[in-house]
Write a protein of this length. Structure first.
Ligand SMILES: C[S@@+](CC[C@H](N)C(=O)[O-])C[C@H]1O[C@@H](n2cnc3c(N)ncnc32)[C@H](O)[C@@H]1O
Length: 264
């Protein structure tokens, strides 16, 4: 299932804002002083644009973005102090100099992250920070409609089992994991009232992320595109009713779950 970096880059400001809100909670001074992190890891870094902001904040750190999508990494920026690796989050383990780990909007694709977190946190060096954000919108109309329409139509067999069940915890769940691992931690949630321009903007938003498995399965089952078009038409109509366009655009509320911890 491929990622399309140009499609993902649509709505870049709305997608970037939680990243900035997340890393603002990492209380490591900017710059290259004695407290600067030695290595900074961005797990599931995507196109690397946001990873580059970590390199700008800590210019003496070795900053590495890790992602399993070659398409995403192909558009990653090239600059000193910044490296990108093709790899899976499931196979990553923290190194002894990984003083900051950031993972933004990626762990929801890794259902095993809940069981992997304790081991990661245990392996972090003393003083390290772990900062994560995952979308907590699996119960929102956009995702509920995606699932209910997937289960009700000529595509139902093709889409059976394609969509994930909710793979993320509430803030308290991540807080508990971090506290149990001995970190000083905080966790919270924010619902962003995203104002999206254009027609069918919620469809365009999910096309870049959560709808990809559906589209990939339909395209594979029916290369003519008819099945994909039929599903998309019905889903688009349902989204228009759930998120009506207003005079200023379409408001797409988006809940996100954050957790940030520091190892003593
Ligand atoms: C929604 S994008 C987020 C990208 C970036 N962190 C950001 O905030 O813009 C999710 C990224 O996670 C990556 N990803 C998904 N599953 C992964 C896995 N198992 N291992 C590594 N990367 C993964 C995808 O390739 C994609 O680039």
């Amino acid at each position: 299932m491929r990622w399309d970096p140009s499609r993902y880059a649509a709505f870049a400001d709305d997608r970037a804002r939680p990243f900035h809100d997340l890393v603002a909670q990492i209380a490591v001074p900017a710059g290259a002083g004695p407290e600067a992190p030695r290595r900074v890891v961005d797990l599931g870094c995507g196109p690397g644009t946001l990873t580059a902001t970590l390199a700008a904040r800590w210019p003496s750190a070795s900053v590495v973005g890790i992602d399993s999508s070659a398409e995403m990494l192909a558009s990653a920026p090239a600059q000193d102090g910044l490296a990108f690796e093709l790899g899976t989050i499931e196979h990553w383990t923290p190194g002894p100099t990984d003083d900051v780990v950031v993972t933004n909007a990626a762990l929801q694709w890794v259902p095993s992250h809940v069981s992997l977190l304790p081991g990661w946190l245990d392996a972090l060096p003393s003083g390290a920070w772990f900062a994560m954000q995952v979308p907590g919108n699996f119960g929102s109309p956009s995702h509920a409609l995606m699932r209910s329409i997937a289960a009700d139509g000529p595509w139902a067999d093709v889409l059976d089992g394609v969509l994930r069940t909710d793979p993320v915890l509430d803030p308290a769940g991540y807080l508990g994991i971090m506290l149990d691992a001995g970190l000083e931690a905080r966790a919270w949630e924010t619902t962003y009232a995203q104002l999206l321009p254009g027609s069918d903007p919620v469809l365009e938003w999910v096309r870049g992320t959560g709808l990809r498995p559906v589209l990939a399965a339909l395209d594979t089952a029916d290369p003519s595109g008819d099945l994909t078009a039929a599903y998309t038409e019905r889903y688009a109509a349902a989204l228009r009713a759930a998120y009506p366009a207003g005079t200023h655009g379409t408001v797409y509320p988006f809940r996100r779950v954050f957790a940030v911890g520091r190892k003593p």
